[in-house]
Design a protein around this ligand. Structure first.
Ligand code: GLN
Length: 425
């Protein structure tokens, strides 16, 4: 059977092709030469399957879509506080090339506008590194996100540098506020090279999927950045990725996103997919017209809006059974699905309500698929309290789904691996 997904992508491309408004960016002379009719889409799952349609393998410059990824590298290299000292996380509501510095500190409002992205570029790599070394870090880092070596389009870079007066002005302002502590022209040159890296729509989908996947590149399997850094980047993309269209975007499309003036657009839906589109005609905000259209359609069709409440998952409590052999009583809680705060609360409630007169409490967690940090802490705290109340507690946990099952002070749990072992006890 042929997968219906590429056919679906081809269909939505066809349906958005009528949108011919907007214009290719011409403030960078080289970009004005782009073929305005190019149109591609790609979707990468977090387990590394990539679906694509249209011009998904055509290269174009990444432009501002580099910003979230370089922000990720800066966070990885300098730590959250090191980066926050120089660049804020508040949406500016301004256009991408506004100055938008925070009164008082002089910090650019966020890393998605140019002022913030220029400051962020200077934070990639280690303190004290020269411009060349830093650039190597940026190229290598973005290549890791893409899963292949990326290269700079020298013509686009040179062309943008010839007319980079505004970015130079921003950088000089940043220098005057000591947000930059080096030569502004060198930083703008590095930032412009970063923006001139060539990518395909397919690359961008995988790069976005890496952010959606807690920093693990879904195709190469490499952990490019930590889950905490990925969370920070996705948060900033949500509030600032679409500049002065961020509110409209988040309410209608509801996917953390970033656009670039060469016509690329990415969306990263946490835990689910990375999506990318390419179409060079831009709207007044500098976002791809067809890309915005396509994302709206896909979000609606595929139910990708972040704020869509998922259907309630099956109850975490599959079965609760009590046994009484005349001498002692036991209760078995059979759990399923995943244990996080909200599902663990259901378990806590059931245990509180039904263990008043039980000698033995058994948690059959064979069917539990995952236990997150909070789920584990809550389950072990239940064990501790049951132990303190004089109950014997057992886990039937064949696959060791609860890591390190050691409750705190006064708690005790016996872990058995098989049903036979449980019956024997
Ligand atoms: N290199 C471009 C600039 O600095 C990137 C802008 C963008 O893609 N929005 O102007």
């Amino acid at each position: 059977m042929k997968s219906p997904i590429p056919d679906y992508l081809a269909e939505v491309l066809g349906d958005s092709a009528h949108a011919v408004e907007g214009a290719v960016a011409d403030y960078i002379p080289e970009l004005a030469k782009a073929d305005p009719d190019r149109f591609g889409v790609a979707l990468s799952t977090v387990d590394g399957v990539v679906y694509a349609a249209g011009d998904a393998d055509v290269e174009f410059s990444i432009q501002s879509i580099s910003k979230p990824f370089v922000y990720a590298l800066a966070l990885a290299d300098r730590g959250l506080d090191g980066v926050l000292a120089k660049v804020g996380v508040e949406p500016s509501g301004d256009a991408f090339n506004e100055l938008s510095l925070e009164p008082g500190t002089g910090r650019p409002r966020n890393p998605m506008i140019n002022a913030g992205a220029i400051a962020t570029h200077a934070l990639a790599g280690m303190a004290g590194w020269g411009a060349a070394e830093r650039m190597e870090r940026v190229v290598a880092g973005l290549s890791e996100f893409a899963g292949r070596p990326l290269r700079v389009d020298e013509a686009v870079c040179a062309s943008e540098l010839e007319t980079a007066h505004r970015n130079l002005a921003l950088a000089h302002m940043l220098r005057s506020y000591q947000i930059l502590d080096e030569e502004p022209t060198a930083v703008v040159e590095g930032y412009t090279r970063q923006c001139s890296l060539l990518v395909t729509t397919r690359d961008l989908a995988v790069m976005a999927a890496t952010l959606a996947n807690g920093g693990r590149q879904p195709v190469t399997g490499r952990q490019v950045i930590s889950p905490r850094v990925a969370r920070q980047v996705l948060s900033v993309m949500t509030t600032c990725g679409m500049y002065d269209a961020a509110g409209d975007w988040v309410t209608t499309v509801g996917i953390p996103a970033k656009s670039g003036v060469a016509g690329g657009l990415i969306g990263a839906l946490p835990g689910q997919v990375g999506v990318a589109t390419f179409s060079p005609r831009l709207d007044v905000h500098g976002n791809s017209v067809r890309g915005v259209h396509l994302f709206g359609r896909m979000s609606e069709d595929m139910g990708l809006h972040l704020m869509d409440v998922p259907a309630p998952s099956r109850s975490v409590l599959r079965k609760v059974r009590t046994f009484d052999d005349g001498h002692s009583t036991a209760i078995v809680f059979q759990l399923q699905g995943s244990l996080g705060f909200t599902t663990a609360e259901v378990v806590v409630r059931a245990v509180v309500e039904s263990t008043e007169r039980t000698d033995r409490v058994i948690f059959d967690i064979e069917r539990l698929q995952s236990v997150d940090r909070v789920g584990r802490v809550m389950l072990l705290e239940v064990v501790r309290r049951l132990s303190l109340d004089g109950r014997e507690v057992l886990f039937l946990d064949p696959d060791g789904v609860v890591p390190d099952p050691v409750p705190g002070d006064g708690g005790a749990v016996r872990v058995v691996r098989t049903r036979e072992e449980l019956r024997a006890r």
